[in-house]
Design a protein around this ligand. Structure first.
Ligand code: NIG
Ligand code: FE
Length: 414
C-alpha cells in the first residue's frame, strides 16, 4: 500500500531517525519543510521532501491513494507517555470536595482518591471497563495521540490488577495506536492491607509481580513514590524485583513532596520519572546527568491547583523534558494532548517549539518508542496529524488552546 500526501503547507517535526530524544536547548528547534509531500508505504514513512522534488510525475497509478493536503500543517502524532485511562466510574464528588477546600492528600486519607477508584474497579466487569477505556482511547486518538502508555494501579489486588492489564491488552489488539502497559500495583496500599504497608509491598513483589510477568502483560513498572504513599526504599525493592522480570521503571515522583523518587528512579535507570511538581536543583541536576526522561504532567497541576513542574529550569539544566496528560479520574480527567501542549506554553512558559518536542519525540522516549514515533523520519510509523487549513502557522496551535484545530489523524498511514 503506497500513499502520497501532497501539497502539505508545512511538514513539521522532522528529525534524523537516529535521534532518540532532545535534551535541554536542543528542544528549542523544530525542523520543518514548507510546501511538502510525504509518502507512506504499508504504514511507515518511506520518503518526504519539498513538493519541488515530489515524484508525483511518476504517474499517479504508482500510488494506491493520493491525498491533497493543500493548506494544512502536518505534524507527527502526540506520544502520551503517562495515562491511567482504564478506570471505573468517575470522581466528580471529590472534585466538589476540592472546590470546597480539601486537598488531594486529605481526600486520600478519608478513603477517597485512588482507593475510591479501586472499589469501583473491583465491582466493574471487564466489558464495562473495556467499553469506557475504549471510548477514552478513541477520544485521545481523535485528538492526535498516536502512541500511549496506560497504567494499571486501580486494582490493588492481584486479580484486579490483572483485570486492568487484560483490558489494556484488549485495547492493544483492537487499535492501531501503539499502546504500552505499565504495572502500577504500588499506587496505594490496597484496602485489604490497611495499616500493613510493608506486607502490601511484599504482596506486590511476591504475588502480583510474578503473576503479571507470567502473563506478559506489562512492559514497565511504576510506583507512586511520594509522601503518604510509598517510600524510596519500598520503591527500590519493587523496581529491583520488577527488573528481574525485565520490566523497566517509570516512577511517579515528587508530586506531593521532595520524596526521593527522582533519586531512586535515576539510580535504577528509570525510563522516566513523572510529575516533578516538587523537583528542585538537586533533582534537576541528577536528571541532567542521566538518560531518564523528566516527564511533567501540567494537567494535574491545572486540575488540582498545584504548582507546575519547573519545565524551563529543567531545560536550562539540560534535562530531557516530556509532557503527558496523566489522564485519570482523580487528578487529571482529560486526555487532550493539544491542551497539554498549550499548558506547557501558557503555564510552564515553554516556547511552542519546546512544548511540541515535549509531546512528541521526548514523549516517545519516555515510552522507549522513539525509534518508531515522535518525529517525521524515514522508516518511522506514518502516524501524523493534519491540521485544519485555516490554521495560519504552528504557533497558533498552542495559542488557540480550546479550538478544535485537528482536521484528521492518520494512524499507520490510514
Ligand atoms: O498521576 N499521583 C498518583 N496517581 C495519579 C492520580 C491517581 C488518582 O487520583 O486516581 C496521578 O496523578
Ligand atoms: Fe499518574
Amino acid at each position: 500500500m503506497l500513499t502520497l500526501f501532497k501539497n502539505i503547507k508545512q511538514l513539521r517535526g522532522i528529525l534524523p531517525v537516529s535521534v532518540r530524544y532532545l535534551r535541554g536547548h536542543e528542544m528549542d528547534t523544530v525542523i520543518s519543510i514548507d510546501n511538502a509531500y510525504l509518502i507512506a508505504r504499508d504504514g511507515f514513512i518511506e520518503d518526504f521532501g519539498s513538493m519541488d522534488s515530489c515524484p508525483i510525475s511518476a504517474t499517479s497509478a504508482t500510488f494506491n491513494q493520493v491525498y491533497d493536503l493543500s493548506g494544512s500543517i502536518v505534524t507527527p502524532t502526540f506520544c502520551d507517555s503517562h495515562t491511567h485511562i482504564v478506570y471505573a466510574g468517575s470522581r466528580q464528588g471529590e472534585f466538589v470536595d476540592k472546590i470546597n477546600g480539601l486537598s488531594y492528600e486529605e481526600i486520600a486519607r478519608r478513603g477517597g482518591g485512588i482507593l475510591n477508584s479501586a472499589d469501583r474497579l473491583a465491582n466493574a466487569s471487564v466489558e464495562e471497563l473495556m467499553r469506557d477505556a475504549d471510548r477514552r482511547l478513541n477520544y485521545a486518538i481523535k485528538h492526535g495521540t498516536g502512541a500511549i502508555e496506560i497504567k494499571s494501579g486501580y486494582g490493588l489486588s492481584t486479580e484486579s490488577e490483572l483485570k486492568m492489564l487484560e483490558v489494556i491488552k484488549s485495547l492493544k489488539e483492537k487499535h492501531k495506536c501503539d499502546i504500552c502497559a505499565t504495572f502500577l500495583g504500588a499506587h496505594a496500599v490496597g484496602r485489604a492491607f490497611a495499616g500493613r504497608q510493608s506486607e502490601y509491598v511484599d504482596y506486590v513483589i511476591n504475588d502480583m509481580l510474578p503473576a503479571v510477568a507470567r502473563q506478559g502483560v506489562a512492559r514497565f513498572v511504576d510506583v507512586f513514590c511520594d509522601q503518604g504513599f510509598f517510600t524510596p526504599e519500598e520503591t527500590s525493592r519493587i523496581i529491583e524485583a520488577a527488573s528481574a522480570h525485565g520490566m523497566r521503571p517509570k516512577i511517579h515522583a515528587n508530586e506531593l513532596a521532595a520524596s526521593g523518587g527522582v533519586q531512586v528512579g535515576v539510580a535504577h535507570n528509570a525510563l522516566s520519572v513523572d510529575h516533578l511538581e516538587r523537583a528542585g536543583e538537586e533533582e534537576l541536576r541528577l536528571l541532567a546527568q542521566s538518560d531518564t526522561v523528566a516527564t511533567m504532567l501540567p494537567g494535574a497541576s491545572f486540575f488540582l491547583g498545584m504548582p507546575y513542574a519547573p519545565a524551563r529550569q529543567a531545560i536550562d539544566h539540560d534535562c530531557i523534558v516530556a509532557l503527558a496528560s496523566d489522564w485519570n479520574p482523580g487528578s487529571s480527567p482529560s486526555g487532550s494532548m493539544p491542551f497539554i501542549m498549550s499548558l506547557g506554553c501558557i503555564k510552564m512558559k515553554l516556547t511552542p517549539e519546546q512544548s511540541f518536542n515535549a509531546v512528541t519525540i521526548n514523549g516517545a522516549a519516555a515510552m522507549g518508542l522513539s525509534h518508531l514515533y515522535g518525529s517525521i523520519s524515514r522508516s518511522k510509523v506514518a502516524s501524523f496529524i493534519v491540521y485544519k487549513p485555516y490554521v495560519p502557522d504552528a504557533n497558533y496551535i498552542p495559542y488557540a488552546y480550546s479550538e478544535d484545530l485537528i482536521d484528521s489523524v492518520f494512524i499507520c498511514g490510514k
